[in-house]
Design a protein around this ligand. Structure first.
Ligand code: CS2
Length: 476
């Protein structure tokens, strides 16, 4: 079977949506750092729609480490298939990438592209750990940051790469640039700006001042459930398209992108393709992180302890679904302030309905990755807010305790734990040892109310199985 390429597009069946623009006329207005599955299923799809009316916004995808994407999509003219797996399903060929580059091999080309006068937007999906933060601030102890401080001409971190690019743009007198974080961090734009200014300011205070004055760092909220691709997807895509695609991706039909309306220079008209521009993105971000990602992580750890594999399996257990309902209604929703156009209860209900999508196989193990980076944003902020006003934290502590038990089970079985703090985490036994992890719990580690609730929850989960879970959680 032929490979997906520009010349193969014409023969692909009409039911499959194809780029509705001349790819040869597309310019590269965006450099995206971290073009992983989420970016390809989310932002790149909005851009693909936008290119039909404005060819300035093609994407140069920059992978910081892995050459896999360039190797797989390069021979396909950077085309790939999006498979929407939902009640209304469908396939679509996305043509938004004009170029794919990989660090460090392509560093000269990457920096040139980031400092090109045609580039107006640099966006990122590098996951929580890619920001190299500790307590929300740049972590100077991080080996990648130390390396970038020593030699910014060959940056290894995303933050270093941005600083190196901004240094060039300043030298070239190019001011029009927006840097857009698309990761699941509270206040992502401000955190990114803080990290970039910290590194730039230490290397060259004048560069720091220039960035602060000239570059915009809007916050954004991104949402679409995107499980990692599995081998069977390639077969289904080949069957539908009549050509092979070495790396298709899948996601649910739902997709949302809310961006703070704060740009420097030209702004892509993303509102014409379903994006919301707003003055204040914080409330959307908070609601999504706490309600969706918070319950996702809860299901991931509790479900894994119970031997379940997927989100659907977990939410289909009435006891877990009852627990999540109570967690949401009693401990998460009361911590939130709704944006003007949002009814929090309805929003939460819609999220849980998405977990019941039978067409999506979303592995709990994927969500369980990097807990040390995710929990502070997803669960611990809610704990802090509830503690401040004397609200219950018992259910939130069950979620956190499930993470502890999940790690202890890994330590016992010898199975790998995917987390940048894996070695430290695997050495912890019992809640006190975990609570001493400043980089995860911060001030909460010394909070006696939290410590007591966490210990009680940890006891509750001792030896928990599908047979005992109802009884263990019955009073929650
Ligand atoms: C998930 C997210 O893997 C995870 O940690 O919670 O990727 C989640 O699916 C997305 O944020 C949904 O928008």
């Amino acid at each position: 079977m032929q490979r997906l390429t520009s010349s193969a597009l014409a023969a692909i069946p009409g039911a499959v949506q194809k780029p509705r623009y001349q790819r040869g006329e597309v310019k590269t207005g965006i450099v995206h750092i971290g073009p992983g599955a989420f970016h390809r299923a989310h932002q790149a799809v909005y851009i693909d729609s936008l290119l039909a009316t404005d060819p300035r916004w093609g994407i140069c995808g920059v992978s910081l480490r892995s050459p896999a994407l360039k190797e797989k999509l390069g021979p396909q003219d950077n085309l790939y298939t999006l498979a929407v797996q939902d009640l209304t399903s469908g396939m679509r060929v996305i043509g938004a990438f004009t170029e794919l580059l990989v660090a460090p091999t392509d560093m000269a080309a990457i920096l040139a592209r980031m400092a090109s006068p045609e580039t107006y937007l640099i966006s990122l999906t590098v996951t929580e750990k890619g920001y190299c933060l500790k307590d929300g601030k740049l972590d100077w102890q991080h080996p990648d940051i130390a390396a970038d401080l020593a030699d910014i001409s060959a940056p290894v971190s995303a933050i270093g790469l941005l600083v190196a690019a901004l240094q060039r743009r300043r030298q070239a007198g190019l001011e029009n640039l927006t840097v857009l974080s698309c990761d699941n961090l509270v206040d992502n734009g401000h955190k990114l700006k803080g990290a970039v200014l910290a590194l730039a300011g230490r290397l060259d205070p004048a560069l720091g001042d220039w960035i602060a004055a000239k570059v915009a760092f809007p916050c954004s909220m991104v949402d679409s459930i995107t499980p990692a691709s599995e081998a069977d997807l390639e077969a289904t895509v080949a069957q539908t398209l009549g050509v092979t695609d070495a790396w298709p991706i899948k996601r649910e039909a739902f997709s949302q992108w809310v961006i703070e309306d704060h740009f420097s220079g030209p702004k892509p008209a993303l509102d014409s393709v379903g994006v919301t521009f707003t003055q204040d993105v914080a409330l959307y971000e908070q609601a999504k992180l706490r309600l969706l990602n918070g319950t996702h992580s809860t299901l991931a750890y509790l479900g894994s302890l119970l031997g379940l594999q997927t989100v659907l399996e977990a939410i289909s257990q009435p006891v877990l679904s009852d627990f999540i309902d109570a967690l949401v209604a009693k401990e998460i929703v009361p911590s939130l302030t709704a944006p003007d156009d949002m009814d929090l209860a309805a929003y939460a209900e819609a999220i849980l309905a998405r977990y019941r999508n039978p067409y999506i196989r979303h592995l709990l193990a994927q969500i369980a990755w990097d807990g040390s980076q995710k929990l502070p944003f997803r669960l611990l902020g809610t704990v802090r807010d509830n503690l401040k006003v004397g609200h219950s934290i018992d259910r939130l502590c069950v979620a956190v305790a499930a993470w502890l038990r999940f790690i202890e089970a890994k330590a016992q079985s010898g199975d790998a734990l995917t987390d940048p703090l894996a070695a430290k985490l695997l050495a912890c036994r019992g809640p006190d040892a975990f609570l001493a992890l400043d980089e995860v719990f911060g001030d909460l580690g010394a909070n006696p109310v939290f410590a007591a609730a966490l210990k009680a929850a940890y006891q509750r989960l001792d030896g928990i199985t599908l047979n005992s879970v109802r009884e263990r959680l019955h009073d929650l």
